[in-house]
Design a protein around this ligand. Structure first.
Ligand SMILES: Nc1ncnc2c1ncn2[C@@H]1O[C@H](COP(=O)(O)OP(=O)(O)O)[C@@H](O)[C@H]1O
Ligand SMILES: [Mg+2]
Length: 346
């Protein structure tokens, strides 16, 4: 029988031995609405006073299958990822783990086989073709590994940064000022009149970052930006990403196989076999010291705390190392909860 009024409904909850009894029996008696809200929050594991996250990017079960002749490659296997506005993250994984596929998808260059990708709450691949073109042109900036891909060889550094602004109804003077301002911010304005061939790899990459920022994108995407430079230059480029992230608050996603990058960003996401495996969050104390440390001392300090990622189906990926250390050599494991901890053993 359904309850006819509020009183009866409250009684239903009290009389039934459900979770509701717990709430209704508490000192301050709550209204039916509150009881239901509490049960709901409890069920989905939400803290009601948890601050709302401002996610600029949400990847929801992204799958990408490449078909070539008769082979199928599963480049992304239901990848889940959330990135908050203003974050600087590094996605690190071995060659072939799906990094470029993911980055190209975020850039709107590649469509997923299944799953959804939300940028600023909008379903990217539900957009019209025109909307997607606009998105690629305005909302994202790309920096590639190979500076040849980033710069026009027959333009100077300054002209390269001005180029994306030609379509933006700006006066020539405003365009020039903006481009110069960006080169200054990146610390490469002394090369404004040089052609790419006259610059070092590191200098070209710095110009490429200025080019990618020219149209004020919301997200800066960098695919192995330090892959073709020496470690000193790589360090300098990493510092530039950190600086622009702090100064203009732009969200930056860098994908790389270069582990040294992990020391310079607050959030490191490890990708393997087309899925996020673990995440490392930089310790606050380390972050505060970062500006005063040399590369050598950086390597010596434990910078991050490592977390494994539970996917939507509550699955977790275990590393081969962890399995070996625990002596687990078959596909059957014991899972038990002890003292509030989950223990996985042979
Ligand atoms: N256009 C493509 N056609 C077929 N297979 C591809 C294509 N692009 C990537 N792959 C495959 O998908 C997997 C992931 O590739 P990729 O995203 O480039 O990895 P990463 O950037 O981490 O090296 C690899 O096995 C790669 O060979
Ligand atoms: Mg790649």
């Amino acid at each position: 029988m359904y309850p006819q009024n509020n009183d009866e409904m409250n009684n239903e909850y009290i009389n039934n031995e459900t979770e509701a009894t717990v709430y209704a029996g508490e000192e301050n008696f709550e209204s039916t609405d509150e009881v239901i809200t509490n049960i709901y929050n409890e069920k989905i594991g939400e803290e009601s006073d948890e601050p709302e996250k401002d996610n600029i990017l949400v990847c929801d079960g992204l799958v990408k299958i490449y078909k070539t002749d008769d082979v199928e490659v599963l480049a992304l296997q239901g990848l889940e990822l959330e990135i908050e506005r203003g974050e600087l993250v590094a996605i690190i994984g071995k060659s072939g783990s799906g990094k470029s596929t993911l980055l190209n998808m975020i850039g709107g260059l590649e469509k997923p086989t299944a799953g959804r990708l939300y940028v600023d709450g909008n379903d990217l691949f539900a957009m019209s073709e025109k909307g997607l073109v606009e998105y690629r042109r305005k909302s994202v900036g790309f920096v590639w590994q190979n500076s040849g891909q980033n710069l026009f060889p027959y333009f100077t550094a300054l002209q390269n940064v001005e180029a994306p602004l030609y379509f933006d109804h700006m006066s020539q003077k405003a365009r020039r000022e903006k481009a110069m301002g960006l080169l200054k911010m990146i610390g490469i304005d002394h090369r404004a009149n040089s052609y790419p061939a006259q610059m070092s790899g590191g200098e070209q990459q710095r110009v490429a970052i200025a080019v990618a920022l020219a149209h004020d994108p919301k997200i800066l995407l960098a695919d192995e930006p330090t892959g073709a430079v020496d470690s000193k230059t790589s360090n300098m480029i990493q510092d530039i990403f950190r600086k622009i992230n702090e100064e203009i608050g732009i969200t930056i996603i860098i994908v790389t196989h270069d582990l040294s990058l992990a020391n310079k960003v607050s959030r490191v996401i490890m990708i393997s076999d087309g899925k996020i495996s673990t995440e490392k969050i930089m310790k606050e104390k380390y972050r505060q010291q970062l500006d005063n440390m040399t590369t050598e001392s950086l390597a010596a300090v434990e910078s991050h705390e490592e977390y494994s990622i539970l996917d939507k189906a509550r699955r977790v990926q275990l590393s081969q190392d962890a399995l070996e250390m625990a002596g687990i050599d078959s596909n059957k494991v014991r899972v038990e909860v002890k003292d509030g901890k989950i223990i996985i053993s042979k």
